[in-house]
Write a protein that binds this ligand. Structure first.
Ligand code: SF4
Length: 426
């Protein structure tokens, strides 16, 4: 199915195309041209001094929706461009919602990865939380439950943000180890499969060269490293000797008194042992991620993970024995054939392990993943109600056990009402 768009001026497209895709997720979008299209959308804009005049029309079969508005641009000269952009997006959103007859995105006109950033920005400007909550709903068209969620996350996150001079003088360092023991069914990451016994020495040598160059760059700009995240892939496919070598390099180049947090993604229990976890702890790691995704053994087989729930439990026991005081566990809602009972059982088993952080992801089916190739990118959308119920249920269970949402991000191809949320014990 095709939706044909025409804009006057043409660059209106850049401001609104994501909203159109949300309203028509199964349509291809084309700009202009004498095409046979299932839907035609036209928008025009004129800016005269402090006013923007917008007109829009959608034609779909026999249905035709027309909207016209004149909106005042009330802002300083510095913010004029972003405010005009917001008015254009809000107009397009209202036009699409009027035509469809239902909300197209519970985050309203916000389509980016970090909607909480807007709340932080407004808090920085001295606005009170209740005012921001109202703005999110009125000016950004966010649904009341999402506005409440954003404000809850912002309140928990805001005191911990690095700001002022420290934010100017420090950086966060991400070290990617793009190897995994097997490929997950939903993975679109361009990594390689690591076979036991493979030597990663060539990769490590290249990584060290890159780290040397980055260290030189930081030295020249006078910056220090505030946090390090070793992610992947699965960094713990590295042998103990290889991890030792990596950490020696990190200590020599980056780790200092300014380094507050070092996280290692130890995602796959099949790559862990007590001695490897002890080595990571002794090397300075103070946060570790053990990621079951689900505690259902049948699902773990279906998604191509070479470990079972027992392996997850054992890994957490080892991590605690190794001395880790910050353990994060990632879960995914929306995995194949999982329903409410699976989500409940997984949440109960994770709560029994009492990690300090739990991150709940909504499955996003990305281009290039085996899942997208086999089932199509709509496979989660078809189960959207169950997935939403699972997210709500897990959120309630974690809140009831004293976990608070402290960070939130969204992904491309994520369903319109969903997000990934990190929960933390106080
Ligand atoms: S562990 Fe992560 S990077 Fe590795 S295959 Fe699975 S999803 Fe991809």
């Amino acid at each position: 199915m095709l939706i044909q768009t025409t804009f006057q001026p043409e660059d209106l497209y850049n401001a609104v195309h994501e909203l159109i895709r949300m309203a028509y997720p199964k349509h291809d979008l084309c700009q202009g041209g004498p095409q046979q299209a299932d839907v035609k959308l036209h928008m025009e804009m004129q800016v005269v001094q402090q006013q923007v005049a917008l007109t829009g029309c959608i034609v779909e079969g026999n249905k035709r929706t027309v909207r016209e508005e004149k909106l005042d641009i009330i802002t300083s000269e510095n913010n004029r461009r972003s405010e005009t952009n917001r008015l254009i997006r809000r107009f397009a959103y209202d036009l699409l919602v009027e035509h469809k007859g239902y909300s197209i995105n519970s985050y309203g006109i916000l389509t980016g990865m970090r909607p909480v950033k807007l709340a932080h920005l407004l808090l920085d400007q001295g606005m009170r939380p209740a005012q921001i909550n109202r703005q999110l709903k009125d000016n950004f068209r966010m649904s009341p439950d999402k506005a409440d969620l954003i404000m809850e996350v912002a309140a928990n996150e805001y005191p911990h943000l690095v700001r002022g001079q420290e934010s100017q003088d420090t950086v966060g360092l991400y070290v990617g180890i793009p190897f995994c023991p097997t490929r997950c069914y939903y993975c679109s990451f361009p990594g390689a499969i690591y076979q036991p016994g493979d030597s990663l020495q060539v990769f490590l040598t290249a990584l060290q060269r890159e780290m040397d160059a980055i260290a030189q760059c930081l030295k020249e700009t006078g910056k220090t490293v505030q946090s390090i995240y070793i992610g992947g892939g699965t960094p713990t496919v590295l042998s103990e000797a290889e991890l030792q070598q990596l950490f020696e390099h990190l200590h020599r180049l980056f780790i200092s008194a300014a380094t507050r947090e070092i996280t290692v993604e130890a995602g796959r229990p099949d790559t862990l042992s007590l001695s490897k976890l002890k080595l990571l702890k002794e090397a300075g790691t103070n946060r570790i991620c053990i990621n079951p995704q689900t505690m259902n053994d049948e699902t773990l087989v279906k998604i191509g993970r070479a470990h079972d729930r027992e392996g997850v439990v054992q890994s957490v026991i080892w991590a605690k024995e190794a001395g880790f005081k910050q353990i994060n566990m990632d879960l995914i809602v929306g995995l194949p054939d999982e329903g409410k009972q699976d989500y409940q059982r997984t949440a109960e088993e994770i709560l029994a392990l009492a990690p300090e952080n739990i991150t709940v992801h909504t499955l996003a089916v990305k281009r290039g993943s085996p899942m997208a190739e086999k089932e199509g990118r709509e496979s989660v959308g078809n189960r959207i109600k169950t997935v939403q119920e699972g997210l709500n249920m897990m959120g309630n269970m974690f809140r009831d056990s004293n976990y608070q949402p402290y960070y939130l991000y969204r992904q491309k191809y994520m369903q319109a009402s969903m997000e990934n949320i990190g929960y933390s014990l106080p």
